[in-house]
Design a protein around this ligand. Structure first.
Ligand code: PMP
Length: 412
């Protein structure tokens, strides 16, 4: 037999598969509501002005070598400030271990590896549902996953009481049966601090306080995956509020940050992983461990995107511009939610579409069934993931009528 005869194709990625189907469709009216990348009102990818300005500022710099450690330190610190707050004690006391990572995915992967190394028997608790790649990332790091219930298909909102129950007792599904089992203390919980993917459902401030309280009671470790900071409210600080609540409660937390969405740097893969520690000495030790893991995986990250981000974060004018551009992106998305809901209501849809405007961030968990999703693709050339997740960023003033009408037709 040949060397690779036993290797079959990997299962299709549910998100990348949508793009494939979209690209294969020759119809010029086709619309891709699958991919989680921001589009402007013309449906085009947006290069932020702050990025263009930063690009011209760094052009000609000698960046063929890896980033100088002072630039990299500064960028990690600026990232930590975005997550933990400008005046956070953890930063003042240097109680955080931070490393630059290959965007949000790479930051999660580094943390998963770190978790397995130092808590080899631990699980990762993921919300049901969550971003599909979370399953792959922790599986490849050989950390078994458990789930906690999160989304309520009936209200299309948060299943809050059940979520709290699942923090106290873990929900185990065994085939057709399910049972409750005491959650082992000191488990790892992955939380989306804002703009939950795929549901668009975020806990309220009060609910976050309760989640924080319950996790603390069980001594669980909260790991925040913050891929969309700014996209929920339009404000970076507001979107980090959940993390601040946990800090106030005295948690040590971890955080994966991505600049893919909020700086529109998808392809540059700029991100940061940070872990809060008891003191500066522990932080130095953990940082060295994270660096070692990264070194064996990919050496060091590419520098161009890092330089763009560090230029923006360390120049007060550019940073201000960035914040207004985030606000504009978030505003367009919120606006499209309102228009889509209004159009569906005007068409006389018998369904309740309030969740379109209740949910936040780039995605709307529409409640469309897999049959609806198939029919939208086949008859209307509108593409989205099978779970009915709509990327609101794919909706524009020009196509919102067409999208609303198509959704109305398939749900009549
Ligand atoms: N976490 C979540 C919840 C996401 O939705 C994404 C992107 N889809 C990521 C992490 C990672 O994104 P990236 O690696 O592009 O920064």
């Amino acid at each position: 037999t040949g060397w690779w005869d036993h290797v079959g194709p990997a299962p299709k990625d549910p998100i990348l598969g949508v793009t494939e189907a979209f690209l294969a469709d020759p119809n010029p009216e086709k619309i891709n509501l699958g991919v989680g990348a921001y589009r402007d009102d013309e449906g085009k990818p947006l290069v932020l002005q702050c990025v263009r300005n930063a690009e011209s500022m760094i052009s000609g710099t000698e960046f063929l070598e890896s980033l100088s450690s002072s630039v990299s330190l500064r960028l990690v610190e600026e990232s930590a400030k975005l997550a933990y707050g400008e005046d956070s004690d953890a930063i003042k006391e240097q109680r955080y271990a931070g490393v630059l990572a290959l965007s949000g995915t790479g930051a999660c992967r580094l943390f998963a590896e770190f978790q397995r190394r130092f808590y080899p028997k631990s699980h990762i608790f993921l919300s049901s549902p969550t971003w599909s790649n979370h399953h792959n990332i922790w599986r490849d790091a050989q950390v078994p996953e458990r789930k906690f219930r999160y989304y309520d298909p009936d209200s299309k909102g948060l299943q809050f009481a059940t979520l709290i129950d699942d923090i106290k007792h873990v929900f185990i599904e065994k085939g057709m049966f399910s049972c409750m089992q005491n959650a082992p203390d000191r488990s790892f919980f992955l939380l989306h601090p804002c703009a939950h993917n795929p549901t668009g459902v975020d806990p309220s401030e009060e609910q976050w306080r309760e989640i924080s309280y319950q996790l603390k009671k069980k001594n669980h470790f909260p790991f925040f995956d913050m891929a969309y900071q700014g996209f929920a409210s339009g404000c970076l600080d507001e979107d980090a509020k959940a993390i601040h609540i946990f800090l106030d409660d005295g948690h040590l937390v971890g955080c994966a940050q991505s600049y893919a969405k909020n700086m529109g740097l998808y392809g540059h893969r700029v991100g940061c992983l940070s872990v809060l520690c008891a003191d500066a000495k522990q932080a130095a030790a953990i940082k060295s461990q994270l660096q070692q893991i990264a070194r064996a995986m990919y050496g060091s990250p590419p520098v161009h995107g890092l330089l763009l981000v560090s230029t923006i974060l360390t120049d007060s004018k550019l940073k201000r511009l960035w914040k207004t551009e985030i606000k504009d992106m978030a505003k367009r998305i919120t606006g499209m939610r309102v228009v889509l809901r209004e159009k569906l209501e005007k068409l006389g849809s018998a369904h309740n579409w309030q969740h379109i405007t209740d949910q936040v961030g780039m995605f709307c968990f529409s409640g469309l069934a897999p049959e609806h999703v198939d029919q939208l693709a086949k008859e209307f050339h509108i593409y989205m993931t099978h779970d009915g997740r709509i990327s609101i960023a794919g909706i524009t003033s020009n196509n919102v009528d067409y999208v609303a009408n198509a959704i109305h037709e398939v749900t009549r």
